[in-house]
Design a protein around this ligand. Structure first.
Ligand code: UT7
Length: 441
């Protein structure tokens, strides 16, 4: 179990009377709750205490792409830095199933059970459905019965936006544990005949558990930005209320990613440096203080131009793994964070920056004072068996709830007798199994 230095315990949040799990909190009157929530929580910090990632098995190399579109390995490597990407080849692999595996790993690292999670924020540009939120499917599969859940749409900046939301909830005293997930199956919305875009993107998921703590540090400052005037430079035009799906939108490929790569490139190099400077200043740091930058993994030239050239942060302090994964949008920063930890690039006391940009246009950065030990504890068989059992129980509970709904559906309705004599015929809903039942770990 990772303990933040000097923390009472990282996985046992400080009970200050305003927490959802505090004794007697449930019985507090509305007035008492409001009074509790108003003053900012002094001495309260938001630390990342768990992390995990998951990518599909199938790898598509640049050489593979040469067989599909008019491109070549040399062009892709020199213009982007990408060599290969993982794609969800199995139709059962979706944004939710990837996220569930990543989230379970994050909970395992933190040694926190899913029922302690107060909020699940799923940042994604490829949700399972327009609604329900992918976060709700993840909540169900984890058995996170005490968690609120919502999707966050800020494209590739979404994960850092999610961290900012998590920090806000924690500092306000409204949450002790928040799961922040970035998950994508971009291969499902990419036009595999469009060489401008299909070479760039990959699939995957990363998750972190953010916890309340009294120990100073954690996510110290955030900067969120948006410039909607550039919305059309990176867009999936159809499928929303502006252009609902029709035969025409599908036949003209309007349900695929459209991008003005040059415009996005120019925007990215401008905002990455500016946003990083802002969060460093807000945290009281300078660029010289930074130990590690984990930037959005879109294009090596964007990272070089902004972080290395403009901010003058040396390459050894910048974590890059886009060669293996391509641009996984919301998942790119958490996947890179996990790999940076695995590579021994992160230690307690390190000053860290996450910075991203994306469609919207949006950008986001945050500065952290990392305090969580990163050495993995030996996993006990008992704990992992118990964890597996809770996930099996969550799947069984989910099936039971759906069965109960089905029974209510087929039983005669006592309030409107006769209504069910001629049951409506309609298309069957496609959601037959939850994300939890579909995952392959
Ligand atoms: O999370 C945010 C997601 N988006 C981004 O991060 C995109 C940011 N932009 C970029 O990364 C770059 O603009 C790209 C990688 C998309 C393109 O690189 P570029 O250096 O801006 O290339 P370009 O668009 O100026 O194209 C240069 C040439 C063109 O040929 P001509 O007109 O000079 O003859 C393109 O047609 O390269 C050609 N080209 C390709 N050639 C081989 C474009 N795509 C390809 C390709 N393979 N895949």
């Amino acid at each position: 179990m990772p303990e933040i230095k000097q923390t009472p315990t990282a996985s046992e949040p400080i009970s200050n009377g305003a927490t959802p799990h505090a004794n007697g909190a449930e019985s507090a009157t509305l007035k008492e709750r409001q009074t509790d929530a108003i003053p900012p929580q002094r001495g309260r910090y938001a630390h990342i205490v768990g992390w995990g990632y998951h990518v599909p098995e199938k790898v598509i190399t640049n050489q593979d792409l040469e067989q599909i579109v008019d491109t070549n390995d040399e062009w892709i490597r020199s213009r982007t830095g990408i060599a290969e990407r993982h794609v969800a080849a199995d139709p059962k692999e979706t944004s939710a199933t990837l996220a569930i595996v990543a989230a379970r790993k994050a909970l395992e690292v933190a040694d926190v059970p899913a029922n302690k999670v107060d909020l699940i924020i799923c940042a994604t540009t490829t949700p399972e459905y327009l609604f329900p939120a992918t976060a709700c499917l993840i909540q169900d599969a984890l058995g996170a019965d005490n968690a609120g859940a919502f999707d966050l749409s800020a494209a590739c900046s979404g994960f850092v936006y999610g961290l900012a939301m998590a920090r806000g909830q924690i500092l306000a005293g409204d949450a002790e544990y928040v799961l922040v997930i970035g998950t994508e199956t971009l291969s499902r919305i990419v036009d595999w005949t469009d060489r401008d875009t299909c070479i760039l993107f990959g699939d995957g998921a990363g998750a972190v558990l953010v916890a309340a703590s009294e120990v100073p540090g954690g996510i110290l400052s955030v900067d969120l930005g948006s410039d909607g005037s550039g919305g059309n430079t990176l867009i999936v035009p159809a499928g929303g209320s502006a252009m609902s799906t029709s035969l025409e939108t599908v036949s003209s490929g309007m349900h695929y990613v459209k991008m003005d790569g040059k415009a996005v490139f120019r925007f990215a190099t401008r905002v990455m440096a500016a946003s990083t400077r802002k969060v460093l200043e807000r945290a009281g740091y300078t660029t010289d203080d930074v130990d590690l930058v984990v930037p959005h993994q879109a294009n090596i030239r964007i990272i070089q131009n902004s972080v290395l050239n403009q901010l003058k942060i040396p390459a050894e302090k910048v974590f890059v793994n886009l060669e293996k994964y391509g641009n996984t949008s919301t998942a790119s920063i958490p996947i890179a964070l996990c790999e940076a930890i695995e590579a021994g690039k992160l230690k307690p006391g390190y000053k860290v920056v996450f910075v991203g940009f994306g469609a919207g246009l949006t950008w986001a950065a945050c500065a952290l004072d990392w305090r969580t030990p990163v050495e993995r504890q030996a996993a006990g068989w008992w704990k992992s068996t118990r964890r597996q059992a809770t996930y099996s129980a969550a799947a069984a509970r989910s099936m039971w709830k759906r069965a109960v709904r089905w029974v209510y559906d087929v039983l005669p309705d006592p309030e409107t007798p006769g209504r069910d004599e001629n049951p409506k015929e309609g298309p069957e809903m496609p959601i037959k199994e939850s994300g939890g039942e579909r995952i392959k770990e």
